[in-house]
Ligand binder design. Structure first.
Ligand SMILES: N[C@@H](CCC(=O)N[C@@H](CS)C(=O)NCC(=O)O)C(=O)O
Length: 216
């Protein structure tokens, strides 16, 4: 008997959102296992560290005994396993290289923009909020410049593909939630446009703070 894929999940986590959204797009059934992230800090419990993620972070999935941590790694796994069209994680070597580059950038976004949000919204007062905001603005500048260049070549997404890939999904949530960390997107017009396009993708599920777009 096959068991459902399990996602160790917290509804307010943008990293967990990445996984929920890809599972929805790929129509993969799963069981969400709630993690008492705040205030319980269940992701730092000895059992969580020993069995799921020694880094004490979410998301983590379990797929028939296969345990995988890190949102970007999980997106690669799920797209490779369940997306027969190879739309989300294209086979083309150059596209794959571009996707990998932006997946790495997504973690840079988490380190800065997500940290600023944790500081402002969940009371992570030990974080250096000005350094987080400056780091987020620096990486947003890279994204904004890149998306503006893509637009001048007739492209809308981070990799040079006609459709969005897991690169866009990985970078999306903490850009869209930047305001919750006190970071304005006003100086990043191409990035704002990309957020708008992404929110309008069919099947976009949204999360608290990022609402699905209504009908056009
Ligand atoms: N590289 C990891 C970062 C995950 C991450 O930072 N998750 C946050 C929740 S959104 C977390 O668990 N933070 C707790 C911590 O870092 O101590 C990923 O992309 O999944």
């Amino acid at each position: 008997m096959t068991t459902l894929l399990r996602l160790h999940d917290y509804p307010l986590s943008g990293n967990c959102f990445k996984v929920r959204q890809l599972l929805a797009w790929l129509a993969v059934p799963y069981e969400a296992v709630p993690v008492d992230f705040y205030p319980g800090r269940a992701h730092k419990s000895p059992a969580f560290l020993a069995q799921l993620n020694p880094l004490g972070q979410i998301p983590v999935i379990e797929d028939e005994g296969f345990v995988l941590r890190d949102a970007q790694a999980i997106l690669v796994y799920l797209a490779s396993r369940h997306d027969a069209r190879r739309r989300w994680y294209p086979d083309d070597p150059k596209l794959r290289g571009q996707v990998a580059m932006w997946l790495a950038t997504a973690d840079e976004i988490t380190r800065n923009a997500s940290a600023a949000r944790l500081h402002d919204a969940l009371g992570y007062r030990h974080l250096d909020i000005e350094a987080c905001r400056a780091g987020a603005r620096a990486v947003f500048r890279v994204l904004d410049d890149h998306l503006a260049e893509q637009a001048s070549a007739g492209l809308r997404w981070l990799a040079a593909a006609a459709e969005p890939t897991i690169a866009d999904l990985a970078c999306f949530p903490y850009v869209a939630l930047a305001g919750e960390g006190g970071i304005s997107l006003d100086e990043f017009p191409a990035l704002r446009h990309w957020v708008w396009d992404f929110r309008h993708l069919p099947g976009f599920i949204g999360m608290s703070g990022i609402f699905p777009a209504g009908p056009a």
